[in-house]
Ligand binder design. Structure first.
Ligand SMILES: [Zn+2]
Length: 456
């Protein structure tokens, strides 16, 4: 039926119906009823949101696609979809448009972008003394009904926190290698490995996963968003395992006794040394009035994580990124590796261009290799800590000068031009993560895993 024929049946000009057809005007109810009766269908049929058939669905989708700014950026002339354009051509165009949209929105980053996003987050954390009141509140609320009294959180309490949010936990052996946990949102099940994942215990991984849901995270919009969510989820896990109220009271007591130590925090709350040291930074400034710094590095001095609000100057590149940089040989995170007992806390004073710091470092032995975890404070705050009586003292001129970045002149003179080292890459530090909605995770593996679990 042409517009003119239909117009004649309902007493309207064809041009008026054309405006309706193209979505430029909305009809009155009386016109809808007249059209329905002229077309021999119930009025509801005209009001249904679903396209009447696949062809109509394709035409509507293509019209929408052409309004997408990224599609418009291609500079193509508008495509008018007449009845002679075959449906399979429309299918192709839409598939291309969907891929274009996916490519443009996936939260991946070049190493430079990733480092810049990380540097931005670090500024934010430093400004807030690494204390996030809203996440502390979420953790306290999660713990409120389970009867937590202090000390380490029991497995039973942990599971009741999880079930309170409607999730159950399954421990499996065949979790995809790229994921630390997988959550089946349909059946609200969290799948985990039973064994620790590097520094992360299964308890921490479970709570990190739950944290995303408790904190209302949705699929990350970009790489900065992804990092922020990961930091918040890790914070949530630490705030549940080392609850603010109990931990702050414990630390205040230790400060009064001039016996502050990360290892006690670790032991009392049964968490990894890394989590205890990191948690200390959350509470130190807000509750104890102590500025501090935290750093994690490998034996070669490469920095993996760093935080400070005490003015210590970490090595950084031109983007302000610290991760992937090499730490001064005189700092405790390097010195601890040559300590006679590297798995016991190593205490030292370090004179640096930005002041003197007292630091406590320990090698947290992961499954593959050890990382040094350092917690440090400016000299005047060392008096609150166990280990303040250390007689070890080093002098660092880094990041400037010939402190340790260049070989001594005599040595250089002997070997300059006569050495050819082959570098071992440490490119996994904030490497550009593989693509996908969740950076670094192989979605195919994850979906196949969920299929297997659903079938069993
Ligand atoms: Zn140095």
């Amino acid at each position: 039926m042409t517009l003119a024929e239909l117009g004649a049946r309902v007493g309207r000009a064809p041009s008026a119906l054309s405006l309706l057809e193209n979505g430029r005007r909305e009809p009155k109810l009386s016109l809808i009823e007249a059209l329905a009766s002229a077309l021999g269908v119930p009025a509801e049929e005209l009001l249904r949101r679903q396209p009447p058939n696949r062809r109509a669905q394709l035409e509507i989708a293509l019209a929408d696609a052409q309004r997408d700014p990224w599609y418009a950026e291609l500079g193509l002339p508008p495509l008018r979809v007449g009845s002679r354009v075959p449906s399979d051509v429309l299918e192709h165009l839409l598939a291309l448009q969907a891929e274009l949209r996916r490519q443009r929105t996936k939260p991946t980053a070049t190493p430079e972008e990733a480092r810049a996003a990380n540097a931005d987050l670090r500024v934010l954390m430093s400004e807030r003394g690494n204390y996030f009141a809203e996440i502390e509140a979420a953790a306290a609320e999660a713990l409120a009904p389970v009867g937590y009294q202090g000390g380490a959180l029991s497995q039973g309490m942990l599971l009741s926190v999880v079930s309170r949010y409607g999730f159950s936990v399954r421990y499996v052996q065949d979790l995809p290698r790229s994921a630390r946990s997988v959550t089946d949102l349909r059946n609200r099940r969290i799948y985990l490995r039973q064994e620790p994942l590097g520094m992360h215990t299964p308890r921490a991984v479970l709570l990190q996963t739950l944290g995303h849901f408790v904190l209302g995270h949705s699929a990350p919009a970009d790489f900065g968003d992804f990092l922020r969510q990961r930091i918040e989820a890790n914070y949530f896990a630490a705030a549940v395992l080392v609850p603010e109220q109990a931990a702050a009271a414990f630390l205040q007591h230790a400060k009064e006794a001039k016996d502050l130590s990360v290892e006690d925090l670790r032991d009392v709350f049964s968490v990894s040394y890394e989590m205890a040291a990191h948690r200390f930074t959350n509470l130190a400034t807000h509750h104890l009035g102590l500025p501090c710094h935290f750093v994690k590095n490998d034996e070669g001095g490469i920095i993996y994580k760093a935080y400070e609000n005490d003015g210590v100057v970490f090595p950084s590149d031109e983007t302000g990124a610290i991760e992937g940089q090499r730490m001064c040989k005189q700092w405790s995170g390097r010195q601890v590796f040559s300590s006679p007992d590297r798995f016991s806390p190593h205490h030292q004073y370090s004179d640096t261009p930005s002041g003197t710091y007292w630091c406590s470092a320990l090698v947290d032995s992961g499954r593959e290799r050890g990382f040094a975890i350092t917690l440090g404070v400016p000299y005047e705050h060392s008096r609150w800590f166990r280990g303040r009586d250390s007689t070890r003292r080093t002098t660092s001129a880094c990041p400037d000068g010939d402190c340790c970045q260049h070989p001594p002149a005599a040595l250089a003179a002997r070997w300059d031009g006569m050495a050819w080292p082959s570098a071992r890459a440490h490119s996994h530090v904030l490497l550009a993560l593989p693509s996908g909605s969740f950076p670094g995770v192989d979605e195919t593996d994850v979906y196949e895993f969920l299929d297997r679990q659903a079938a069993s």
